[in-house]
Design a protein around this ligand. Structure first.
Ligand code: C2E
Ligand code: CA
Ligand code: CA
Ligand code: CA
Length: 278
């Protein structure tokens, strides 16, 4: 038996090249996943650190693939980007996230839904109109939504991306810089972008209680964000000690397994109403 196979199952490793049989199979199946109803949208709560209240959630896509169980988004979102499947995938996410958001507001929740956009979306000159159409169909208000973008997705073609961002911003949507601190770019772009939030990458947050340098980075990022007039969210909050440090630093919002893993929205609401995280 080869080292890559065990009981007849190929063991996937992310270092395999693009033409691996698993990738080719998934690429084909990705096209049908929407029609087959295999995507689900989970939510992970965002907590206001000062008050302890749930102020919203990040929507995270899940692909329940019959044969292979759950396929992680890090595996298929990139595939979708390379195969022009990203537009239908993002539209599926927008439709479901906007509908969830509309439902929450109908129930009286003051709740912001954060949605991840991919680099391809930001380079697509038709994307702002697609967002506008989805907003009209679902009846959401743009200030109920936070759109998460990464530094690297901006840097590929900043002029083109800025145009797309400004058109969406002018409709009233807010943007957040996701995975902040992991990009290689200069900080100069920050003041040019219509951004309202920095989201500190979990790699800095998770080890804060044990790593002095991570604590220094998180503190400096919170200060930078606040000095630019931005809200700062820490993701990857896994324990009470991290939360305590973030509170002492003055970080605005927290998200992580300490509060809840991403789960179906009805489970998040049940958890929120139980008040168990307090
Ligand atoms: P991300 O946007 O940085 O999302 C945060 C990831 O960290 C999520 O993984 C979440 O489950 C995980 N996470 C949350 N709290 C903790 C924690 O306390 N500890 C640890 N170790 N991890 C935590 P997930 O859901 O597997 O998503 C992975 C990535 O896939 C996302 O990273 C995002 O880049 C992408 N993604 C997910 N959903 C979508 C989507 O709807 N559209 C697009 N374009 N990308 C998506
Ligand atoms: Ca995100
Ligand atoms: Ca992130
Ligand atoms: Ca990430």
């Amino acid at each position: 038996m080869g080292s890559r196979a065990y009981n007849g199952f190929a063991i996937y490793s992310p270092t395999q090249d693009d033409e691996s049989p698993r990738r080719l199979t998934l690429m084909g199946e990705l096209r049908q996943a929407i029609d087959r109803g295999q995507f689900m949208l989970y939510h992970q709560p965002k907590i206001d650190i000062a008050s302890g209240r749930v102020i919203g959630s990040e929507a995270l896509i899940r692909w329940y693939h019959g044969r292979d169980g759950f396929i992680p988004p890090e595996e298929f979102v990139g595939l979708a980007e390379r195969t022009r499947m990203i537009r239908p995938l993002t539209l599926w996410v927008l439709e479901h996230a906007f509908n969830d958001c509309a439902g929450l507001h109908r129930l009286g929740f003051d709740w912001t839904v954060s949605i991840n956009l991919s680099a391809r979306d930001l380079h697509d000159p038709e994307f702002p109109d697609l967002v506008a159409g989805m907003m009209a169909r679902t009846g959401i208000q743009p200030d109920w939504v936070m759109l998460e973008i990464t530094e690297s997705s901006i840097m590929a073609d900043p002029v083109r991306v800025l145009n797309v961002l400004e058109r969406i911003h002018s409709m009233g949507f807010h943007f957040s810089i996701d995975d902040f601190g992991t990009g290689y770019s200069s900080l100069a772009y920050l003041k040019k972008l219509p951004v309202s939030e920095l989201k500190i990458d979990k790699s800095f947050v998770m080890d804060m209680p044990r790593s002095e340098s991570d604590g220094v980075i998180v503190r400096a990022t919170v200060e930078l964000g606040h000095n630019l007039g931005l809200k700062v969210t820490a993701e990857g909050v896994e324990d009470a000690e991290s939360l305590r440090i973030l509170r002492s630093i003055g970080c605005d919002t927290a998200q992580g397994y300490y509060f809840s893993k991403p789960r179906p929205l009805n489970e998040i609401l049940a958890w929120q109403q139980s008040g168990l995280w307090k």
